[in-house]
Ligand binder design. Structure first.
Ligand SMILES: [Zn+2]
Length: 279
């Protein structure tokens, strides 16, 4: 397994002979609106460019995986790039119909997919009504006999669903958003620092923290999140990658098979939040 962190939640996962592009946001800097609604510090997004060699990295892509439809995970340039390269897209059954409406060749991912074991794990993108309004998010757990197992949590706060998934699946690698996003009111939209420390303590192996220093409503820096992890005594199992950084991951424990998951159907929440987000 090799991971290449590109920017925000956009990464390339080389796994079992596939090269999966996760949550592509390909917009140039300052071409998307600010996401921070109150409290100042609103700036146009993304805050930083993609790394210089992003096109050569992306040329290896065989599949695209979308965790949810927010523009920092799938934007217009990414849709155009995926379509022009005629790539297959995977998502949850919740997102697949809408992604097909956008002209993407999207299938709802299944528990056996192109030789991989897959489990879809529901994320919760905020607390209470804000989390509901942010719409559905899917995390994904992948296994293969020749690879370490990996759990991409997607944009989520800590929930009992996430806790029990990590305890049961014992993923060798977890990728989690660490930007502690906030609109400027209400509670955070992603894991808090304390929840990230809890996640790292629950996980048996390496935790990669992304979704940092790219979007205006994610105010915490890589440096401070590293310091928090070191202070909690878990920094040795955490990677906070720079944009363009690449690293290989090893198996640390016996792989736990992916469990069955329900093919959720999009309902009123999906319709309303897609409309609200302009997707
Ligand atoms: Zn996000």
């Amino acid at each position: 397994m090799r991971l290449t962190h590109l920017r925000n939640a956009t990464l390339l996962l080389e796994f079992a002979g596939l090269c999966i592009l996760v949550d592509p946001m390909l917009s140039p800097p300052s071409s998307l609106p600010g996401f921070r609604l109150f409290g100042g510090q609103r700036r146009k997004n993304p805050l930083v460019p993609l790394p210089d060699n992003w096109e050569s990295h992306l040329s290896k892509t065989t599949h695209v995986l979308i965790s949810h439809e927010h523009p920092d995970h799938l934007d217009r340039p990414a849709i155009d790039w995926i379509r022009s390269h005629q790539l297959k897209v995977w998502s949850s059954s919740m997102d697949a119909p809408n992604l097909r409406r956008k002209g993407l060749d999207c299938s709802a991912i299944e528990s056996r997919q192109d030789g991989l074991g897959v489990e879809c794990i529901q994320g919760t993108h905020g607390h209470g009504w804000i989390g509901w309004l942010m719409g559905p998010v899917s995390g994904f757990y992948f296994t293969h006999p020749d690879e370490p197992s990996i759990y991409l949590t997607g944009d989520t706060v800590m929930t009992d669903t996430i806790r029990s998934a990590v305890r049961r699946l014992q993923p060798d690698v977890v990728v989690a958003p660490a930007g502690v996003a906030n609109f400027g009111f209400g509670r955070d939209l992603l894991f808090s620092v304390d929840e990230l420390i809890e996640l790292v303590k629950l996980a048996p192996g390496t935790v990669v923290l992304n979704h940092l220093e790219s979007i205006d409503h994610c105010l915490i820096t890589r440096e401070s999140i590293r310091a928090e992890m070191n202070a909690a005594g878990v920094g040795n199992r955490v990677i906070v990658p720079q944009d363009g950084e690449q690293f290989a991951m090893e198996r640390t424990s016996a792989t736990v098979d992916a469990g069955p998951f329900e093919a959720a159907k999009p309902g009123f929440q999906k319709w309303l939040t897609s409309w609200f987000a302009g997707t």
